[in-house]
Structures are given as C-alpha cells and as structure tokens.
Write a protein that binds this ligand. Structure first.
Ligand code: AMP
Ligand code: MG
Length: 315
C-alpha cells in the first residue's frame, strides 16, 4: 500500500472520510485514526497495528460540542474535568452513545473520549465527518511514535496517509480517568497529574487503591507496552551503575561512565518528551541494555515511572 505523506489536514481528512486509516499528530503521541462510522477502516486499523481486538480505542473529537455524538450520561465529576482540562491530554471513560460501535470499545458499554489541544489535530478532526477512533500510531507493543518519521518506521506501507506535524510536545499517552461509575478513578497516569486531578476532584482514586466492588475494566493495560528491543534496567537516582558494553542511559541525573549513548534530561517534561524517541534511537543503534532512572512517584514522574515499569515488563 502507498502511504501518502502530507502537511495538509484537509487532504488527510479527505482520505479518512473515504474510509482509510490515517495517522495524525497530537500533543501526547501520534494517533492512528479511522472513522467510527467505518467498520472496515476500524478493522484495518487493528490489523495495521497488530492490536488485539479486546483492547479498546480512544475516540477523538475536535470540540466539546461533538461530545453528545460519542457519550451519554455525563456526570458532575466528568463535567468538572471537561471544563478544566478539555482540550488537552486527558481521556475520560464515559457511557458510550449508541453511535459508537462495539468494535471501537472492544465490547464495552463505555468509551474513552479525548479532545486533543494540538491545533493540527483539531483542524484535522474538524474536517473529519465523524469522531475518529485512534490508538497510538505504533506497532502493538512498541514504544509510541512521537514524530511522523517514527510513525513511518512502524506503519509505512500499511496505512493510507500520515499527516505530518511537529514532534509531540508531551511524548506520553493521555491521562485516563474513568468517569462512568459513581466515583472517578485514575486508570492511566499522564501529563495531567493526579495532583491536578485531585485539585478539581478530591474524591478521585487510583486503580490500585480502588476497593469498592469490581475493578473497572481497562483491558488494554494488561498487554506489554512501550518496549524497545534492548533490555531495560530501572535504577533509583544516586544508584551506582557499572555500565555493560553496548549500553545506554536516560534519566535526570548525570550519565554513568562507559555508556555509549546518554540522554540527560533537564526536567521531567523533557524526560517524558524524549523517552520513547530515545528508546527507538537505541533500537536503531543496536543498543542492548538501557539504564533508566526512575523519577519520584509524584507529578509527571508518576506517568514516566508507569511507562518505564511497563516497558521493563514489571507492571
Ligand atoms: P492507546 O490509545 O494505545 O493508548 O490505548 C488506549 C487505552 O485506553 C486502552 O488500552 C485502554 O487501557 C484505555 N481505554 C480505552 N477505552 C476504554 C474504556 N472504554 N474503558 C477503559 N479503558 C479504556
Ligand atoms: Mg498504545
């Protein structure tokens, strides 16, 4: 299949509206989009990524006005989060509207909804005739793609179009909050931090601390994610590292001696932005082991820790 590379949101939307699969930039990571009204495009999307069919897709909208097309029964907690954080790097799990097919939600009665803030994403979504289901634009299990070049690396020849934009400014997938039940639950950490959510909703709980009744279903979280080809060794800050041959390092502290590649990040924002592109660079350069410094489990550090633990197969 020929993959069209374009700078034009209009051209990319035309291709999506014709029933094709199109990758597009967002502030979190690149998304791989298909119209929720095109079952064949949704099927092709799962196939292109090699994504298991029981892993639901997040539906993307260009503005809050489009929300009724996707979700119903928006409770007060959801309203508060929408008011404060939409558009932005936050996905809400809500009761799905009948228009959203079960192929998108992996059979669930709920749907993940996000309104990205990236202007190119919003212009593209505005020109699409329907809401757009979009997981991250990488092969299933690989680190998410944060630039159009890395989307091409994984999916070139397998999808119809890549809308070229800037590299993702956040570099980590959206925060996910389940607002479909009686109390809101943080399902996935992201750039909207738990502390920011608590400032709006003091009652929010995290997935691990949720006790009342059955745990919420977030099927995708059980799959291995984000993994580079190299092995990962997670380190605490200040830990002494004796570097192995062909090893690399990413973290906030100075790099250990002897690594052949290092990414020292000035702050957590830079760490989040660089993490997946560094993993991919290490793969290109055949690095065998990556030392990753675990940041403190607060603020954005919570999301970075979560991705590192999953990439290392420890969560
Ligand atoms: P990705 O777009 O690749 O970051 O994956 C989307 C993730 O969002 C899935 O793996 C799920 O963990 C989560 N998700 C999407 N829709 C739902 C839903 N209806 N209920 C719970 N979690 C969801
Ligand atoms: Mg993903």
């Amino acid at each position: 299949m020929h993959t069209t590379l374009t700078d034009s949101a209009e051209e990319a939307a035309r291709i999506l509206n014709a029933g094709q699969v199109v990758a597009f930039p967002t502030e979190t990571v690149y998304g791989l989009g298909a119209s929720i009204q095109r079952p064949e495009a949704i099927r092709q999307l799962f196939e292109a990524k090699g994504r298991p069919g029981d892993n639901p897709l997040i539906v993307h909208i260009y503005s809050i006005e489009q929300l009724p097309e996707v979700a119903t029964e928006i409770n007060p907690a959801a309203k508060k989060l929408i008011e404060r954080f939409f558009p932005g790097p936050l996905t809400l799990v809500l009761k799905k509207s009948p228009q959203v097919p079960f192929s998108v939600t992996a059979g669930l009665e709920t749907v993940g909804v996000r309104c990205p803030a990236n202007p190119v994403a919003r212009e593209f979504l505005r020109q699409c005739n329907s809401p757009v289901a979009a997981p991250s634009a990488n092969l299933s299990g690989r680190p998410s793609a944060t630039s159009w070049e890395t989307v091409y690396e994984d999916l070139g020849g397998k999808i119809s179009c890549i809308l070229k934009g800037e590299a993702s400014t956040i570099g980590l997938e959206s925060t996910i909050v389940d607002c479909s039940g009686s109390e809101p639950i943080l399902l996935r950490a992201g750039a909207i931090t738990l502390e920011q959510l608590q400032a709006v909703l003091p009652v929010i709980s995290t997935r691990t601390t949720h006790k009342s009744g059955e745990a919420p279903k977030s099927p995708g979280l059980k799959y291995p994610h984000y993994a580079p080809k190299a092995s990962l060794q997670l380190c605490e800050s200040g830990e002494t590292i004796t570097a192995q041959p062909s090893s690399a390092y990413i973290g906030l502290s100075p790099a250990p001696e002897g690594v052949v590649k290092a990414m020292v990040c000035g702050n957590l924002e830079a760490y989040g932005r660089e993490l997946f592109s560094f993993f991919r660079l290490c793969d290109t350069e055949r690095i065998r082991l990556i030392y990753c410094e675990l940041p403190a489990n607060q603020g954005l550090g919570r999301a970075i820790r979560d991705r590192l633990m999953r990439a290392a197969g420890k969560a």
